[in-house]
Design a binder for this molecule. Structure first.
Ligand code: MN
Length: 225
């Protein structure tokens, strides 16, 4: 065999102060990882972490303008600390997890909340609520250990602060998330994990300007077209 019948582009994330890009293999997200957000959605506080995925080409590196998606009338922001891996493995211990980290970025887990609620009520998967075009805006990665959690994490809409939390409020820490996910799948270089959102999620409308800020990382600005 030689070559492919057509080319595919490699999804990527930028890197702070580096002209090279981080190639993305898989994108995972953690649901319900801040107690305050679990409570605002009325979910069980003692559940083990819930992982779902977005497709790598649904990331929007650097943010900018994204379009309001179809199939929703309740399109929500969720500001999240994102961790990107430079290596992987299976059954990684919590103590060994930091050694897998390439860096961190600010990201948005954009969500069709109305679809999510419908799916939950029917006991169906979240896919249509979480995994769609441009659903993962993400800022450039700051190489590890440029940022060491816990850090403040904020989201504002048109200049008004809507989410203001601290990664210390995470139910599962970043090393615990990496360790748990490595039991479910084989992790590898290029894997990216959105680590959950604090309370204060809410809807956006066309024209809204979102600003995701995590102390120690590049801010991420997004406008809804
Ligand atoms: Mn989320």
């Amino acid at each position: 065999m030689s070559g492919f019948i057509f080319p595919l582009s490699q999804p990527w994330i930028g890197i702070v102060a580096n002209p090279a890009r981080f190639p993305v293999r898989r994108v995972w997200c953690v649901g319900r990882n801040y107690l305050s957000h679990v409570r605002e959605l009325g979910n069980d506080e003692r559940e083990s972490p819930l992982f779902f995925s977005k497709q790598p080409d649904m990331l929007v590196p650097g943010g900018g303008t994204i379009r309001y998606p179809g199939m929703t009338k309740n399109y929500h922001y969720e500001v999240e600390l994102v961790v990107a891996l430079k290596s992987g493995g299976e059954n990684v211990s919590v103590a060994d997890a930091d050694a897998l980290i390439f860096g961190h970025a600010a990201g948005l887990d954009m969500t069709r909340r109305d679809i999510q609620k419908q799916m939950q009520e029917k006991g169906r998967p979240w896919e249509a609520a979480k995994s769609f075009e441009q659903s993962g805006p993400i800022g450039p990665l700051t190489p590890f250990p440029g940022l060491l959690p816990p850090v403040r994490i904020r989201l504002s809409v048109n200049g008004a602060v809507k989410q203001d939390g601290d990664t210390a409020q995470m139910i599962w820490s970043v090393p615990e998330i990496i360790s748990q996910l490595s039991r479910q799948v084989s992790l590898a270089a290029g894997d990216v994990i959105f680590t959950g959102t604090p309370e204060g999620v809410g809807p956006v409308v066309r024209g809204d300007r979102l600003l995701a800020e995590i102390d120690g990382l590049e801010p991420l600005a997004v406008t809804i077209a």
